[in-house]
Structure formats: structure tokens, C-alpha cells
Design a protein. Sequence first.
Length: 72
Amino acid sequence: MKERIEDDLGRITDLLGRFAADAQHNLQGVSESIGQRLNLVSREEFEIQKALVEKLRQQLDQLQLRLDQLEK
């Protein structure tokens, strides 16, 4: 009787482990699919674009100053 219970518990544990692995795999696939549909960018790409925008903003500010000086 004890051996049967231990066998049953072992099978349940195995099934739960497989279920957890399958669930994790499925959720990972779903999250990747959602990410692709949302057109998300990586953090690295974001930081590159942010730096570029900051540089362009500085150039724009300098050009605005030059324009203001020329108009005076």
C-alpha cells in the first residue's frame, strides 16, 4: 500500500513538473508573440535612439541661438 502511494505521488509530481514546464514554454511563446505585435524595441535600441534625439536637440538649440543672433 505504501509503495503504491509513493508511486502515485511520484507520478503526480512528474505530471506537475511537466505541466509547469509546458505552461512556462507556452507563456513564453505568447509573450514573444505579443511583443512582436506591439513593435517593441530592445533597451539598447531605445538608448541609442534617445542619445540621438538628445544630440539633435542640442544641435537644434545651437541653430536657434545662431538664428537669434543673426536676426539681431
